[in-house]
Design a protein around this ligand. Structure first.
Ligand SMILES: Cc1ncc(COP(=O)(O)O)c(C=O)c1O
Length: 453
């Protein structure tokens, strides 16, 4: 996995040192307040990740002979005496901070004061607001909390309702927090394969009977960009514009679950502001492709953020000494997109190789717009779960056939799909290893099937 990308991280630090920071400061070089908790955290983070010693990557699993560069970033797992290469494509939340990010955390200016007085947190928030083209931003522990706070702030009265895609993360993977914690009713609209909605259907879901007590009151439309379940689809700017126009017509707010909005901006080659000008608020994850260990940023108008501060506290999301974590977030924002283009390219390369094995795999390569590849198995006798298990094991004859054992970690995904996600630390070489393994598993399966017939 991403454990031996130290060289790359060094380059990233050099890059960030010369890049003008939106605040006119270089990263992690402000007040250098080395605190005890910083050092403890640094040690903890370093456990299980690479430290660079004489150009050799050392993982928690033992020393690897691989030079610590991005071009060779798989971890080596140990099974008995054997060393296997591991490519972790389960999630972009699997990214680990590199040494430069850890250094920024160690050097973060941290204040123990409770509220709004942590210099590094404030810098992160200002930086994010600036990049997003929003008035203000708030550091929150997770994307899930960012979304929930947005719902709480936009839907303030009992009987308020939000409209979400039926395949949205907010609706499917956040435990119905909007209902159970915020008391907000949800109505769904069909998520189309490209992550958008049919606008007529969306409009038909808006309840605008303010004087009829029978109905909930529509307050909010939630969008997801890029769309996770639909395989990292990037929402077209025209769609965003149309949704905003509709929302304005009915006096609704638009919130974007932008866990991967950075990937969307990179894929479309536009600024974040170009995307987010069509929304009232956004929750953007720092803990996904951007490589920070923790955190998301919720951004919106100033009065929205003032209310969000109260909700965050009520949800237990006010972190003390958060500067350590915010430093990682700042580092990741400064480096934004640095490796995302490469992630998107590698994802497309892998999708193309699936297409070359089209007796077994189905994939819509045109739908691979960012860092996620979603594919399915054409053989009913090979389930996604079984395929994923085979990719994660090193079977008999594999080392002889491939020259080494390769474990590729994947998730069986929503519906009958398998999902593979590219992220910081997964290199072209890792992608080639994953392809080799996929081809090996496919050929073993097809040979066995032919023998059985
Ligand atoms: C689209 C989307 N939104 C929100 C989240 C939640 O982020 P977190 O894991 O930080 O709570 C995720 C996590 O994978 C996601 O994919």
């Amino acid at each position: 996995m991403a454990y031996c990308n130290a060289m790359d991280s060094d380059q990233r630090l050099q890059h960030s040192q010369v890049s003008p920071c939106p605040l006119g400061k270089s990263i992690g070089r402000g007040a250098s307040l080395r605190t005890f908790p910083c050092r403890v955290l640094f040690k903890k983070l370093n456990h299980g990740m690479v430290s660079r010693k004489g150009g050799t990557a050392v993982t928690a699993l033992g020393p690897s002979s691989t030079p610590a560069t991005r071009s060779c970033s798989t971890a080596k797992a140990r099974y008995g005496e054997a060393h296997y290469r591991v490519v972790d494509l389960r999630s972009d939340a699997a990214t680990k901070p590199g040494p430069a990010m850890c250094q920024a955390m160690v050097e973060a200016a941290v204040r123990g004061d409770l509220i709004e007085d942590d210099q590094t947190v404030n810098e992160l928030q200002e930086m994010a607001a600036d990049m997003f083209g929003m008035e203000a931003a708030l550091f929150v522990p997770t994307g899930t909390m960012g979304n929930l706070i947005a719902v709480m702030v936009h839907c303030r009265e009992r009987g308020d309702e939000m409209i979400v895609g039926d395949l949205s993360h907010l609706h499917i993977y956040e435990q119905g927090g909007s209902a159970q914690l915020a008391g907000v009713h949800t109505t769904t609209v069909t998520t189309l394969p490209d992550g958008t909605f049919d606008l007529e259907q969306l409009e038909s879901k808006i309840r605008h009977n303010p004087h009829n007590p029978c109905f909930t009151r529509s307050r909010l439309i939630c969008l997801e960009n890029t769309h996770n379940i639909q395989g990292g689809r990037v929402l077209p700017l025209t769609f965003l514009q149309e949704v905003r126009a509709l929302a304005d017509r009915y006096g609704l707010s638009v919130h974007m679950d932008g866990a991967r909005v950075m990937n969307a901006a990179v894929a479309q080659g536009v600024s974040l502001h170009t995307i987010l000008q069509h929304t009232h608020s956004v929750s953007a994850c720092l803990n996904k492709g951007l490589g920070a260990p923790v955190g998301a940023v919720l951004a919106g108008p100033r009065d929205f953020i003032s209310r969000a501060v109260r909700c965050r506290k009520a949800l237990g999301g006010l972190i003390h000494q958060a500067g350590i974590l915010a430093a990682a977030g700042k580092h990741s924002l400064l480096d934004m997109g640095g490796s995302m283009e490469e992630d998107h390219r590698n994802a497309r390369t892998f999708a193309q190789s699936l297409l070359d094995c089209d007796t077994l795999f189905g994939v819509d390569t045109a739908a691979v717009e960012s860092n996620i590849v979603r594919f399915y198995l054409k053989e009913p006798s090979l389930s996604p779960t079984e395929f994923v298990a085979r990719m994660g094991q090193v079977g008999e004859g594999e080392e002889a056939a491939l020259g080494q054992g390769i474990q590729v970690l994947l998730y069986p995904f929503f519906g009958k799909f398998v999902r593979a996600v590219w992220h910081y630390g997964i290199s072209l070489e890792d992608t080639q290893l994953a392809t080799q393994k996929m081809q090996f598993v496919a050929s073993q399966y097809l040979q066995k099937k032919a023998r059985a017939q």
